[in-house]
Design a protein around this ligand. Structure first.
Ligand code: ADP
Length: 459
């Protein structure tokens, strides 16, 4: 450390020498003046005293200033920085993390928590410290205590907000001894997807096992008790053939669904004339409708309506909705398939519903496309039994059937509407159902169409 020096001061022997020379010189000088007779003895004595006093004053004045001891000059030593807490070093990272995170001190206080953590555990305000007990998760508190004590990392899965959410806490030692850092990962969507996959597999296996069990049962009967009853065989073979067809439909629907789910995030690229496509698909269903005694009506404006779409998939949507309508229409009833255009997607959502008095409506798929885009809609209406209000929102779930016995009798797979929903999602479109028990049902789909000017550019 450097010592700052003051002005130079004469050292003591030199100062005394100066005093002595000065005094004796002055006294001797006065003596010579006295000897010349210019001054008297009295004047010589006064002069000698004054000179000696002056030299003495010089001697005292030239003494060095006493050193100031114990108090360091302000500029000599720079101030030492305040001691930084180890917790402070991680605080900016905790606050910047996009995941909930918090730091617990050795004393069991939450000393830092970002806003995601405060939302997750619902504690406020942010600037106070809280005892760790506010986390109200016994497993988490136990893990925090062990990690603070032993310093080994732990992971704890827990549910939050009335089991609606599943979270994983990564618990690890914090920067200061005994402190604990927690970072939380939201597993809700992962667990939900795992559950849906497990349910789907269970349902699909069940649906395939039912016809297989029937076929297996008939084979056993034909080999055993009905071995020689060739007349009965005809009936058995007919049922086995129906069950085989059912299995084929189920496998085909499962394959369609998986293919559509796979491509759902890739937008279609081809230009399709939706009016013509709907007319062609409807006409192909006339024989099935006639067989069931149903009259099929088709209405479309006399203009070409273009959209960027996958024609096979849109044909499948029309086919699934129309064959359901034929299946569930009243005997000798009517099924109506209508196509229309609307200035906006929002208008198409309204236009695609029949808005019949007393009917209940449910939006099964909210479109991704902007509400202001020009749109095309298709509505399929039947005059069948209708669907009760409580079932409407669940239509489109895989394997969901309103009436199991009715669905089974009519040979449905419970996948048709799920396929429609996924195809419309890929086309950024919407799906809605409207029904009144005893009066019939209408399904509406809508999606963006090309504006006339955009169409002439791309044709
Ligand atoms: P399914 O192959 O069983 O018809 P869907 O997914 O197409 O499967 O339909 C699911 C269920 O919705 C059907 O089982 C039926 O209960 C009900 N449903 C669908 N369309 C109609 C309709 N037009 N009228 C009455 N109920 C319908």
């Amino acid at each position: 450390m450097s010592q700052q020096k003051g002005p130079a001061q004469p050292d003591p022997p030199k100062r005394f020498q100066d005093f002595f020379v000065l005094t004796s010189g002055a006294v001797a000088g006065l003596a010579l003046v006295f000897l010349t007779g210019a001054i008297g003895l009295g004047e010589w004595a006064i002069g000698a005293v004054v000179m000696t006093a002056g030299a003495l004053a010089f001697y005292v004045g030239s003494a060095p200033a006493p050193e100031k001891q114990g108090i360091a000059p302000v500029l000599e030593t720079p101030p030492s920085p305040p001691t930084q807490r180890a917790e402070d070093s991680v605080e900016p990272f905790i606050l910047a993390l996009p995941l909930p995170a918090l730091l617990i001190s050795r004393e069991g206080q939450i000393v830092t928590a970002n806003k995601h953590a405060r939302n997750l555990f619902r504690f406020e305000p942010s600037n106070l410290t809280f005892p760790v007990a506010v986390l109200r998760q016994p497993d988490l508190l136990d893990a925090a205590e062990r990690v603070g004590r032993d310093g080994a990392n732990e992971r704890v899965e827990f549910t939050q907000h009335g089991d609606a959410e599943v979270w994983m806490a990564h618990v690890r030692p914090g920067p200061a001894s005994g402190s604990v850092l927690m970072v939380f990962e939201d597993l809700t969507a992962v667990r939900r997807a795992e559950r849906a996959r497990a349910d789907f597999l269970a349902n699909a296996s069940h649906e395939l096992r039912t016809p297989l069990t029937a076929i297996g049962g008939f084979i056993e009967t034909m080999r055993g008790p009905a071995k020689d009853d060739k007349e009965a065989w005809e009936g058995f073979l007919e049922i086995m053939s129906q069950q085989t067809e059912r299995m084929k439909r189920l496998v085909a629907d499962l394959l369609s669904l998986s293919r559509i789910e796979f491509s759902e995030h890739r937008a279609p690229k081809t230009q399709v004339e939706v009016g013509q496509l709907t007319r062609d698909t409807s006409q192909a269903l006339i024989p099935i409708a006639e067989e069931a005694g149903i009259t099929l009506h088709f209405e479309s404006p006399d203009i070409a309506i273009h959209a960027i779409a996958d024609d096979d998939e849109i044909a499948q949507v029309i086919q699934n909705l129309a064959s359901n309508a034929i299946k569930y229409a009243r005997t000798d009833g009517n099924v109506r398939i209508e196509v229309g255009i609307a200035a906006t997607m929002a208008d198409a959502a309204t236009a695609s519903s029949r808005q019949s008095p007393g009917a209940k409506r449910s939006l099964l798929l909210q479109p991704y496309a902007s509400a202001g885009a020009p749109a095309v809609w298709v509505r399929v209406t039947d005059d069948g039994e209708g669907i009760s209000e409580s079932h409407l929102p669940r239509l489109g779930e895989r394997f969901y059937r309103v009436d199991e016995s009715r669905g089974g009798k009519l040979e449905g797979t419970g996948l048709g509407l799920a396929i429609v929903k996924h195809i419309m999602a890929r086309h950024r479109g919407g799906l809605a159902v409207e029904s009144r028990e005893g009066h019939g049902t209408a399904f509406g789909i809508w999606m963006p169409r090309l504006k006339d000017d955009a169409r002439s550019e791309t044709v």
